[in-house]
Write a protein that binds this ligand. Structure first.
Ligand code: NAD
Length: 477
């Protein structure tokens, strides 16, 4: 039985209710978490406030950095344990779960080093004045985390918030809590003061909603679906609480005829099959210049047919999807494609010997997907790649920008001037040229435009969002 972690104590939900934790590889219940309610959030917010006004808030930036560095090392020491937890909880192949644990440690390391480099400025003003700005923490920050990359998203969101001096209340996704509860325990072990990092588990519409509404939360970092992002924003607006929204994507990979296709193909495939396509920045649309459309589709199809799906422990190209409803959702998209006459180029295999009851979906490559079709517009959040052809740069941009999303884009071309023209015109928070980093890059500011959200996490830029600026004007004559 897993408990909440509030004020450095493992505590049950006050209401005494629990939720099942299901292993996506076999569909079996293997653990239980707390089904918390508003009272538990209230306790966590009070613990965080006490920490912010007390032991945590009184630490210097250097001391916060040392604690974060100690936590980074502790995560590395416990990487095998965290990998095993994440693998079972989320169905991630061992390789992916291990990469997530490494990224978590790296986020804490990066933000450890950043703590004492965050500073304000002095500003020119009228004679007789000195004016300076201070970057101050918001106070108590709320973090609502999705299930697809719990450790990575916790690292980037909570790591940045702690570095800036905030105390954190975290609501993991109900499907993926185990690694984060353990990380909070490790934080207590390395000396984080009680209340600096609190974890409260439960359903989004219960405890997530309570977190967003709590008047003691000074800033909300939400990563999840656009629909819930809207709800959080509405709730937060009632008390003018600032929000960072990291939402979904329908990110295009744009491949010109002059691209290095040998380099592009494995990256394009990985960008949609990594984490079984359950990645906000998955490259879920591939736009291919007409001249190479047929030969490239053939090569992509060959790569897709070699892909193998298996249990997390089998550590194949893809693991299972997170839960039965996600599998149904992906199957629904594929059925719609079939009904609408969209052609499947190729699909991968579910490996022999996968445990019964797991949520396995073979990766699928579709061709000639009409630009306004659901498969080209909506987030499938599964291993489904939609291909379409373009005639020239203008057409590629028209297709690339034709969704409500704008998270990441990939551009593949050897023409340097074209690379810049395209990068300027595509509407997204990140652009990768001749590479693609679905979820990667601790140092790289990340976030969206349009319905992909606003605000930036990762990199130093995130620290600006986790602080508020105070201007101090001194009249000294
Ligand atoms: P989700 O929106 O269903 O859930 C995200 C979190 O919000 C969970 O912790 C959930 O419990 C909570 N939640 C649900 N309802 C809530 C409510 N009414 N009030 C407060 N909290 C609530 O998303 P998901 O299915 O867990 O994750 C997949 C989505 O997340 C996809 O759309 C994906 O693109 C997006 N995502 C975005 C990024 C990014 O950085 N842009 C990263 C990862 C995932």
């Amino acid at each position: 039985m897993q408990l909440n972690f509030i004020a450095n104590q493992s505590v049950p939900a006050q209401g005494g209710q629990t939720l099942d934790v299901i292993d996506p590889s076999d569909g079996q219940v293997f653990e239980h978490i707390q089904r918390s309610q508003a009272a538990d959030i209230n306790a966590a917010v009070h613990a965080a406030r006490k920490a912010f006004e007390g032991a945590w808030g009184q630490l210097s930036a250097m001391e916060r950095g040392r604690l974060l560095m100690a936590l980074s090392r502790k995560v590395i020491e416990h990487a095998a344990e965290l990998t095993a937890l994440e693998q079972r909880d989320c169905g991630k192949p061992t390789r992916q779960a291990a990469a997530d644990a490494t990224a978590l440690a790296r986020y804490f390391e990066y933000y450890a080093g950043a703590c004492d480099k965050l500073h304000g400025e002095t500003l020119p003003y009228q004679n007789g004045y000195s004016v300076l700005t201070w970057r101050e923490p918001h106070g108590v920050t709320g973090h609502v985390i999705p299930w697809n990359y719990p450790m990575q998203i916790f690292g980037r969101s909570v790591g940045g918030a702690l570095a800036a001096g905030n105390a954190c209340v975290v609501k993991p996704a109900e499907d993926a809590c185990l690694s984060l509860i353990r990380v909070a325990q490790l934080a207590a072990e390395v000396g984080f003061p009680a209340g600096a990092m609190n974890i409260v588990t439960g359903y989004g519409h219960e405890v997530g909603d309570a977190l967003a509404r709590h008047p003691g939360i000074d800033h909300i970092s939400f990563t999840g679906s656009p629909g819930v992002g809207t709800l959080i924003q509405q709730v937060a607006a009632e008390r003018h609480c600032p929000v960072t929204l990291e939402l979904g994507g329908k990110s295009p990979q744009i491949i010109f005829a002059d691209a290095d296709l040998d380099a592009a193909i494995p990256v394009v495939v990985n960008a949609i099959v990594q984490n079984a396509g359950q990645t906000c920045s998955a490259g879920s649309r591939v736009l291919i210049e007409q001249a190479i459309y047929e030969p490239l589709l053939k090569r992509l199809g060959e790569a897709f047919s070699r892909l193998q799906v298996g249990s997390a422990a089998m550590n194949l190209d893809l693991g299972p999807l997170i839960r039965a409803s996600q599998l149904e959702r992906v199957a629904g998209f594929l059925e719609q494609a079939r009904l609408d006459g969209i052609t499947t180029v190729a699909q991968g295999q579910i490996a022999a010997g996968v445990p019964a009851g797991g949520f396995y979906q073979a990766p699928v490559l579709l061709r000639d997907v009409p630009v306004m079709h659901r498969l080209a517009q909506e987030e499938v959040f599964g291993p489904v790649l939609s291909a379409m052809a373009f005639e020239n740069e203008d057409h590629a941009i028209q297709l690339a920008n034709a969704t409500h999303f704008g998270l990441v884009a990939g551009i593949w071309s050897r023409d340097g001037a074209r690379q810049f023209r395209m990068a300027r015109r595509v509407r997204s928070g990140q652009v990768f040229i001749n590479n693609y980093g679905a979820g990667g890059g601790v140092e790289l500011p990340f976030g969206g435009v349009k319905s992909s959200g606003y605000g930036r996490e990762k990199g130093f830029e995130a620290l600006l969002g986790f602080t508020t600026l105070k201007t101090v004007a001194i009249h000294h004559g």
